[in-house]
Design a protein around this ligand. Structure first.
Ligand code: SF4
Length: 418
């Protein structure tokens, strides 16, 4: 390794060393809230200025997915979007470049993701693409029977396939979903051939507990979880990643851009001769060799080219780029919710969903996907959404990101209420 490049150990060491600095800078960022006010809508930061020429034959590298015995590209196509059912140029370009893994879910794109992916699967041949799909169920309806029912009656017919490469329980929060009956469900699905592998995705504050439990109970082939440059110094998360790795669980990172509105990202004036900011962010994830792959919801061919170029690059993240990412994390912390809902939501009365509202606001602010953000916001019940008269001071006091939760919930209402 060259002296000016870094791997996970050095990145973590630096993150830990600069932890105190983070606090000071984050406080400065809180002061910047007035300056930026309600966050403006901004496109995702991964569109390059000009098309990137990729040499003929370019293919994204592949890695083993945990101990499943299968390999996946280190860059996966996030399918929380609709595709052109006739011929989707972006999907075909990504496929040709080796991004042949489609990460979808029953609920993506208002239920349209599966149906608009089905023609693509037919075009390339079902066996030539990897499909992971997910079903999100909570509470009393989250039974093994219902997961299987949704897989059989929705996912498979909508995708026009008779099997998934991997089936995930989606957005798992409840550790009970890792009890033996759910693990048996996964085993049974694999025996039936309806899913070749089984795992779960998790977005919320108990990711560490879920990952630790998965490592203990066995039967989980892979986990998709939020992981990006903002979390390198999180020691509990790092221990749970180690535990999963030791257990042979495949690890797939998501939310790797950890975006905040574009105007805020400009505060660091990211400079690099090698990488765009978006490329630096995904390289920061790939610098962690415990991570097998990452998913990116590439919205256009330029983003596909940019991400593929980063995946195929032999140049590692430089120390200077790392320092800039750390600075970005610190300066924009007050706009970057990291999903630890167990902290803030435990401090408010009722069933207010703070982290979910922050996520939907991110879809609007950072991804420019107001349609999805509004659709998801509309699905919240009044009790989950409305904060009038709710004392938020305790929640704000425990927020590690020092987010002005009252202001951001007001922003969500202003931007997302139909
Ligand atoms: S608002 Fe703060 S405490 Fe609540 S989930 Fe987001 S980062 Fe965590």
């Amino acid at each position: 390794m060259k002296e000016d490049t870094i791997g996970r150990r050095m990145f973590m060491k630096q993150a830990a060393l600069t932890g105190g600095g983070f606090g000071m800078l984050a406080a400065g960022a809180a002061g910047a809230q007035d300056e930026y006010g309600a966050a403006p809508a901004a496109p995702q930061d991964s569109a390059p200025a000009a098309p990137i020429d990729l040499p003929e034959g370019t293919k994204v590298p592949r890695k083993p997915l945990g101990k499943t015995g299968r390999e996946v590209p280190i860059l996966l196509m996030g399918c929380s979007q609709k595709f052109d059912p006739k011929y989707d140029r972006r999907l075909h370009m990504a496929y040709k470049l080796g991004v042949d893994y489609l990460d979808t879910a029953q609920g993506y794109a208002n239920g349209q993701s599966h149906k608009t992916l089905a023609p693509f699967l037919e075009q390339v041949g079902r066996k030539n693409a990897w499909v992971t799909s997910k079903v999100h169920l909570e509470g009393r309806v989250a039974t093994p029977e219902n997961f299987v029912k949704h897989l059989e009656e929705n996912c498979l017919p909508d995708l026009a396939t008779d099997y998934l490469d991997m089936f995930f329980m989606h957005m798992v929060k409840d550790e009970a979903l890792l009890e033996p009956e759910y693990i048996k469900m996964g085993d049974d699905l694999k025996k039936s051939g309806k899913a070749q592998l089984f795992g779960f995705s998790c977005h919320d504050g108990n990711v560490v507990e879920l990952m630790n439990k998965a490592a203990r109970v066995g039967g989980i082939d892979a986990i998709m979880f939020r992981y990006n440059f903002r979390q390198y110094g999180d020691m509990e998360l790092n221990k749970s990643i180690d535990a999963c790795k030791a257990a042979g669980i495949g690890l797939i990172a998501m939310k790797t851009q950890a975006s905040v509105p574009e105007d805020l990202e400009k505060v660091i004036e990211f400079k690099s001769a090698q990488n765009s900011l978006a490329q630096a962010k995904i390289k920061a994830v790939w610098a962690d060799d415990r991570i097998d792959s990452l998913v990116s919801s590439m919205q256009n061919v330029q983003q596909v080219q940019e991400n593929v170029a980063a995946a195929c690059s032999n140049t590692k993240l430089s120390m200077n780029e790392f320092v800039q990412l750390n600075r970005l994390a610190a300066l924009t912390a007050a706009y970057a919710c990291n999903g630890c809902s167990h902290l803030c939501e435990a401090k408010v009365q009722g069933n207010l969903k703070i982290a979910q509202q922050m996520r939907y606001l991110m879809y609007h602010d950072s991804y420019g996907d107001t349609e999805t953000a509004r659709a998801l916001y509309a699905q919240l019940s009044p009790e989950e959404r409305d904060f009038d008269g709710v004392d938020l001071s305790g929640a704000m006091a425990v927020c590690p990101q020092k987010i002005n939760i009252a202001q951001r919930l007001a922003d969500a209402r202003a931007h997302l209420m139909a």
